[in-house]
Design a protein around this ligand. Structure first.
Ligand code: CP3
Length: 348
């Protein structure tokens, strides 16, 4: 475990310990909203960039330098461990993950082999370089949640509703369970490699879990997410669990075993508090689209998020989903300063 970051505001807030101001970081803080990211990435395919320790390190550090956020998040992608395990999967610019041969039967699942830590040595190397560089600033490692990974594998690419995935889940429970079991194993190895190399916290992005009913989530996904969090608990780093449109699932996201539940913008934090069992911190939840509005609107909305966050046992400020590519970096810098300038527990 990385002991240098134990007293940072971010880690303290994850553990529901007192902080002087609410820590802040942004999902997708590294990425197309930053001109330096676009320059670094020019001419390099996404999955080539995420395989190169020097590029991973540089891109991860860019938002930390620019904004002074309380945590860095590893520049990688949810498909990286799948590709490292031999799967034919790519990220198409402007589209997202696309799979060569979607998973439809036992034969397809059987081809999903386990991940060896050596398969992601480039990630371990980047995490080592980053933690040396970051010192007391925590690095958040991450992976895709089992449902979200299955969505891309079964549907074969992005979709709004992932109908094929849901129908396979309903109609072929045994196949579904063997698929999610393999994905959970890959995810555990991937996250353990990041913690072993020095990551201070982890986030599981089950971004699309919100398209499931609570009953189906509990039956078909929760056992696998729980297995992931249980396996990682031994590593002693705080874990965050996030999905989009998960208003009805917030309690279950916590129940899976995370220390922190990420909330999107649809549920106010003072309502989320009632949906999550005691003993959890909350993360969120400014609508990323608010950042495209004039500053007074942003400030008012950010203060409202902080005020509502005070009803939680602990709060980490973030957006309700990733930074939109058209966001002005100066706005994120100003927002970070605003959050830092307000003493925790005193939103005026
Ligand atoms: O938060 C961060 O700064 C860390 C970087 C990060 C990326 N992907 C880099 C990336 C993280 C945490 C992810 C996770 C991820 N990837 C998720 C879960 C989080 C979420 O947003 O819900 C999902 C669903 C994916 C799959 C994926 N990868 C999509 C849908 C896309 C967008 C496709 C596009 O071009 O619009 C990607 C590509 C991707 N991953 C980009 C980045 C910076 C953009 C591609 C580029 O810069 O060329």
């Amino acid at each position: 475990m990385n002991t240098q970051t134990a007293d940072s505001a971010f880690i303290r807030a994850c553990r529901r310990q007192q902080v002087s101001s609410v820590p802040v970081w942004y999902m997708r803080q590294a990425g197309r909203s930053l001109p330096e990211y676009r320059a670094t990435r020019a001419g390099t395919a996404m999955l080539d960039a995420t395989s190169n320790p020097d590029l991973i390190t540089e891109i991860t550090l860019q938002p930390v330098r620019r904004y002074g956020v309380d945590a860095a998040i590893l520049f990688s992608d949810i498909v990286v461990p799948l590709r490292a395990a031999g799967l034919d999967i790519d990220i198409r610019p402007g589209i997202g993950p696309v799979v060569g041969k979607p998973v439809r039967d036992e034969g397809d699942v059987a081809r999903l082999r386990t991940l060896d830590p050596g398969d992601v040595a480039f990630v371990s190397r980047a995490v080592e370089m980053l933690t040396a560089e970051l010192g007391g600033i925590p690095l958040i490692g991450f992976a895709g949640g089992p449902f979200t990974l299955a969505c891309y594998l079964v549907d074969g690419g992005p979709s709004k509703t992932f109908d094929r995935t849901r129908s396979l889940m309903y109609g072929s429970p045994a196949l579904w369970e063997s698929l999610l079991g393999r994905l959970a194993d890959i995810t555990i190895t991937f996250l353990q490699a990041q913690v072993l190399a020095g990551a201070s916290a982890l986030q599981l992005f089950d971004s699309w879990a919100g398209i499931l009913s609570p009953e189906d989530y509990r039956r078909s996904v929760l056992p696998f997410s729980s297995r992931i969090f249980a396996a990682l608990a031994a590593e002693g780093v705080p874990a965050i669990h996030f999905g989009v449109g998960t208003g009805e699932l917030l309690g279950l996201l916590g129940e899976a075993g995370a220390d922190v539940v990420g909330v999107d913008w649809r549920v106010p934090l003072d309502e989320a508090v009632h949906r999550v069992a005691p003993g959890k911190a909350l993360q969120g939840n400014l609508d990323p689209a608010v950042l495209l509005a004039p500053w007074p609107v942003i400030e008012e909305r950010a203060r409202q998020v902080l005020e509502r966050g005070r009803t939680a046992e602990s709060h980490i400020f973030n957006l309700g989903h990733g930074v939109l590519p058209e966001t002005d970096p100066d706005v994120l810098a100003r927002l970070t300063d605003l959050v830092h300038a307000i003493p925790a527990g005193s939103v005026g």
